[in-house]
Design a protein around this ligand. Sequence first.
Ligand code: XUL
Ligand code: MN
Length: 344
Amino acid sequence: MPGQYRFSFGPWNLHEGADPFGPPVRPTVAFAEKLGLYKRLGFDAVQFHDDDAVPELEELAPEEVAAKAGAMKSMLDGEGLVAEFVAPRLWEDPRGIDGGFTANDPACRRWAMDRFKRCVDIAHALDTRLTVLWLAREGTYIRESKNAIDAYEQLLEAINEILEYDRHVEVAIEPKPNEPMDLAYVPTIGHALALAERTVDSSRVGGLIETAHALLAGLDPSDEMAFALSMGKLWSVHLNDQNGLKFDQDKTFGAANLRAAYNQVRVLELADYAGTERFVGLDVKAMRTQPAGAAHKHLANSRAIFLKLVDKFRSFPIDFERQCIADHDYEELEMAVIRHLLGE
Ligand code: XUL
Ligand code: MN
């Protein structure tokens, strides 16, 4: 029996529609209202940034952070939801302007480390071991502004410090090659898992692969996932889609390239990802044109497309595939895939 997929998304996926060229176009949805949508849309878990869980945490004393994180846990319990992970949002604070762990200013590096520890405390309060590091501004606009060799050592030291701070915490690195930076450190899962191997406890450092981020690196998301799966290190995914090498679009899963989406589902199926009990995360944005009452459809649609592609994988004529492979007739196999996806 294959495992059952469980789905997650982040509260930022229900958003007001602002982009770099225009203001919000939809009213803010209150957090409690967002939580109410999860089960209705078929989701079991919430992805958190630290300040999604505890807003304005920089203004609060440690006891207040703990109390607010506890209140958030009760809200989750009330909805029958769990937290999938908590990620430190280092990229919005002025102290993170030059990157956190790789900032040139040592005071900023200390702040980033402290913020990561607060994030781990919040994860603990929300009853999850998993933290996610999207290394947003850990990189450069111009190469000469940092020593990249030192930067990789600083990232290693930061992860080591967090592994030692909490004996149970897990760190999943979410690689992305660019945006907001011109070039980011740790651009691919290969970089992330090589770094993981050098840490003091590599068994607690893995990866989260986002479709759009792999595409922005010019790589195939399903092969990136396969690499992490082959090492037992795919601890979450951010499924979405991306129409070429542009800004990070976070389109509905499968909306730009259905064949590539099928192959991501296929690799998760081949590895029995559902059996690992890790979540299928989405990181998708509603189109700016969506009216307020319909700005959640991208989530339910992405999940539905994922499940339809699971059915496609499970109903593929496997004997025919084997025969094509035995005959080296990959043209015939390609046609069979297309026919199957077209519903013939
Ligand atoms: C940024 C991105 C983030 C992370 C969470 O491109 O994907 O939303 O997934 O911090
Ligand atoms: Mn993401």
